[in-house]
Design a protein around this ligand. Structure first.
Ligand SMILES: *Cc1c(COP(=O)(O)O)cnc(C)c1O
Length: 424
């Protein structure tokens, strides 16, 4: 009998991996902040399964909601039918999100939520009879998903645009803002973005960006003033602002939504990842009443999208349960405590020869190296340290569940320091 990993390597594909992924670890179960491997080893989770399991694994409140829903109606089509879970979820998202976002379009994954946002922005101008606006402006270093529309607004290098050059839409890229979070942004600092926006304004439908935190495209935290200036310039030029909060939404940066750091509202907002507390695949695209109204006008008078599993009742139940857990605001204390601990305990990494920069914001800690890591060495090394950390390129980073105890965070920071100090 071959091992699970060997069987996997014969038939399974993994994300961003060759056909036979290696190194690979078999996980059997998970609860709280711990993953239990098939061989019995326990790992403290430093990744929240890619930003999503903010309450930890197997939270009893989410589990109970899922159990109740599965007996009632695991799924039903959303065309022509509605149900309590979806209505309640959309009411709550509209209520809690930045001001002015009053319509919610549910979908099944983050990339799809971005496709929907882009389609909304394009259809918005079409419905007004303004047909020359097919492009978006975006920041280098961004990540918005792996489907074709989303890929076209990802960083050209990390998004591998050359591979798909002939098919990808061509958008306008501006340099990533170099002003860090907490720093100001002068007129001169903003000039490259401002001049590109003014130059291309007539052909643009809008701007798409990750507010404050650029995730998978570089784990970079930029100045809230940049975001305020982009919002103001979009208003002046009449352009739509799409905020992709798929990674940052639901508390990760210390605010419920990252836009709140800048006190701005986008015209379109993308949510995903932590929406169901990391239990079910679900995403949402929120739009302002202006955008929603435009969909109803012009030709064809409807918004042209509708996934099969739109509004899936199980996912709605999980999302509503996750929102319940966030409601009392105690998540913020957890996130701020994790932030303080990550700052203090990752700081010593800065002195290591392999390290270029250390930065933290909310429950996100990043150790940037000079060179990309060798995954065949560091991935098993992190497992040996008893932690689950999944670096990419030169970025070693952690975003633990909000419920992580100080000793869990300590295990993560100690393990990161130990492994990074072996890299020359
Ligand atoms: C993960 C992510 C996406 C894509 O979400 P998927 O669910 O993986 O399709 C889009 N935008 C941002 C900012 C993300 O972090």
């Amino acid at each position: 009998m071959s091992s699970l990993v060997e069987r996997d390597q014969k038939v399974v594909w993994h994300p961003y991996a060759p056909p036979a992924a290696s190194p690979l670890f078999a996980v059997e179960r998970a609860s709280g902040v711990r993953l239990v491997l098939e061989d019995g080893r326990e790992l403290v989770d430093g990744m929240s399964s890619w930003w999503s399991t903010i309450h930890g694994y197997r939270h009893p409140h989410i589990e109970a909601a899922l159990e109740a829903q599965i007996k009632k109606m695991p799924h039903v089509m959303f065309g022509g039918l509605t149900h309590e879970g979806a209505v309640r979820l959309c009411e709550r998202l509209a209520e809690r999100s930045p001001e002015g976002l009053s319509r919610v379009f549910l979908s099944d994954s983050g990339s799809v939520a971005v496709e929907i946002a882009i389609k909304m922005a394009l259809q918005f101008w079409q419905s007004r009879g303004d047909t020359g606006r097919s492009r978006l402006l975006t920041l280098r270093g961004g990540y918005h998903g792996d489907t074709f529309g989303a890929m076209a607004v990802c960083d050209p290098v990390t998004g591998m645009h050359t591979l798909f050059e002939d098919t990808l839409a061509r958008h306008v890229f501006v340099p990533r803002p170099e002003q860090r979070f907490g720093e100001s942004c002068s007129d001169a600092d903003f000039a490259p973005i401002e001049s590109a926006l003014r130059e291309h304004a007539a052909s643009l439908a809008g701007v798409i960006l990750e507010p404050i935190v650029q995730g998978a495209g570089g784990m970079w935290f930029y100045s809230a003033e940049v975001l305020q200036r982009i919002r103001a310039l979009c208003d002046e030029l009449g352009l739509l602002l799409i905020a992709d909060e798929i990674a940052t939404g639901f508390g990760r940066t210390g605010r419920y939504f990252a836009c709140e750091h800048a006190g701005i509202s986008p015209d379109i907002l993308c949510l995903g990842k932590a929406l169901t507390g990391g239990t079910m695949t679900m995403a949402a695209t929120l739009a302002s009443e202006d955008v929603a109204q435009a969909m109803g006008e012009g030709d064809p008078g409807v918004f042209m999208h509708g996934p099969t599993f739109m509004g899936n009742p199980l996912a709605c139940a999980a999302a509503n349960a996750s929102l319940d857990l966030l409601e009392d605001g105690s998540w913020q204390e957890g996130v701020l405590r994790i932030e303080a601990q990550l700052r203090e305990e990752l700081e010593p990494c800065r002195a290591l020869p392999a390290v270029k920069d250390v930065r933290c914001l909310g429950a996100i800690g990043v150790v940037e190296l000079h060179e990309p890591v060798d995954m065949s060495v560091v991935q098993p090394a992190f497992v040996e340290e008893g932690i689950w950390i999944r670096p990419f390129g030169e970025l070693v980073y952690t975003m633990p569940p909000f419920v992580s105890e100080p000793e869990d965070v300590r295990a993560i920071t100690r393990g990161i320091h130990a492994v990074v100090s072996t890299i020359r």
